[in-house]
Design a protein around this ligand. Structure first.
Ligand code: GTP
Ligand code: MG
Length: 136
């Protein structure tokens, strides 16, 4: 069965939206397999975001992800990777479609990083790699 790693990022946890966000994913029909609240380490984030190293938003992104606890979850179901990304919406929360998590609950807060509430794996290979980082 397909699995994906979902993170409620520090903005979502700080705004008390973790339950709301997880409920939307469950309501779509995916099964919550694992769940925990954690404060990430820099090492975890450097592994998680290795593909973005060197990009201008990389350091602000890592700092943002260290700014408070995150909620890490594994969801399961057929095509959950693309299904979660559809529920999450596109990367920029200002223009993400209404009806999505980012589109309904997020916006640009004027910072250097996109505070877009959630992360979801983008492929089966990424999902298994990321699950190993957050649920070792
Ligand atoms: P994730 O589910 O978080 O991986 O989002 P994504 O797959 O939609 O985005 P991507 O993997 O391309 O980028 C990871 C994160 O970096 C995004 O969620 C944003 O928080 C941030 N990010 C990506 N692109 C930009 C950008 O062009 N500018 C800024 N400021 N932040 C960005
Ligand atoms: Mg991504």
């Amino acid at each position: 069965i397909e699995r994906t790693l979902v993170l409620v990022k520090p903005d979502g946890v700080a705004r008390n939206l973790a339950g709301t966000i997880l409920a939307r994913v469950e309501a779509k029909g995916y099964t919550l397999a694992e769940l925990k609240k954690v404060t990430a380490t820099r090492e975890q984030l450097e592994a998680h975001y290795a593909e973005h190293e060197g990009k201008p938003f990389y350091e602000p992104l890592v700092e943002f992800m260290l700014s408070g606890p995150v909620v890490a979850a594994i969801f399961e179901g057929n095509r959950v990777i693309e299904g979660f990304r559809a529920v999450a919406g596109t990367t920029d929360p200002t223009t993400a479609a209404p009806g999505t998590i980012r589109g309904d609950l997020g916006r640009d807060w004027g910072l250097k990083v996109q505070q877009n509430l959630v992360h979801g794996s983008d492929s089966v290979e990424s999902a298994e790699r990321e699950i190993g980082i957050w649920f070792a």
